[in-house]
Ligand binder design. Sequence first.
Ligand code: HEM
Length: 296
Amino acid sequence: MHKLKKLLNVGTERRLRNAIATVHQFAEDIIRSRMEDRRRMEEKADRREEEVDLLSRFFDIENVSAEFLRDIVISFILAGRDTTSSALTWFFWLLSRSPDVEERILEEFRAVRARNGKNAGDDIYSFEELREMQYLQAAISEAMRLHPPVAVDTKDCLTDDVLPDGHVIKKGWFVTYITYAMGRMENIWGKDCREFRPERWLDSDGSGGNAAAVCRQESPFKYPVFHAGPRICLGKEMAYIQMKSIAATVLERFRMDVLNRDSCPEELLSLTLRMKGGLPVRVRPRNAAATDERSI
Ligand code: HEM
């Protein structure tokens, strides 16, 4: 039926075609506006290397086509936006139920600020300072173990194959792995697999302000949150930097009181694992009176 609908451009196929056109237009507008910025900067001879953004770097590829640029923009928006926001939503919810974890994260901020001769709230954290935040890295990794942004992933087999464990796969079959289930399996993560325990990621337990504790890099085949093998997520490092930067900036300045934190939010499985209804929170500046607050 869908082939007929496509030929006649009716029903769901018509809606799909219109939706694709909207997405393409959105991406093309971003490219046009970036190209104009770049032209203006070049006219003013004001193009500093460190200010060249990711998209502009693709402009420099020889014979790059308009379609290629458009698809790059769409890939990065689809792959990089909903994933990190899903991870942070679940992270903030888990944190609201684990005040001891939050306190350890705040302790880490204080230690990083002190090491770099700064005070809380001075300016946003530098790339190097974010790297030093190994406990925060562990807490975010642990949140994504329990609530992976890409909870289910499916591959289409191009030729007959045999998996390492001997399973035969035929051309055209779909193979699905469920990252969500793998993150909660006792034989992978141990008896406390359902607990939110960032310490499981640290090479030493790091308690008592031990700055040497390092967040372990798990095998992607044990922790396929970013997929594994040759098609592993290209934005993994960028994703950690973004998430740590947002978590650090928000948590250092604000207290996030999650409303209904004792009820478990409903999970919505789409391309990413979303939280039904979002995460309503009451925000107030740290160290401010309880009355000075906003709900969002
Ligand atoms: C918490 C955040 C993120 C998670 C959990 C995540 C997860 C994943 C997963 C599971 C895949 C494999 C999809 C598949 O092949 O079926 C993937 C691919 C990809 N991701 Fe991410 N991602 C995240 C953030 C980002 C960011 C921020 C970017 C870029 C700005 C990005 C760019 C990409 C790209 C380009 C691919 C395709 C790689 C390829 O097919 O060779 N991702 N990601």
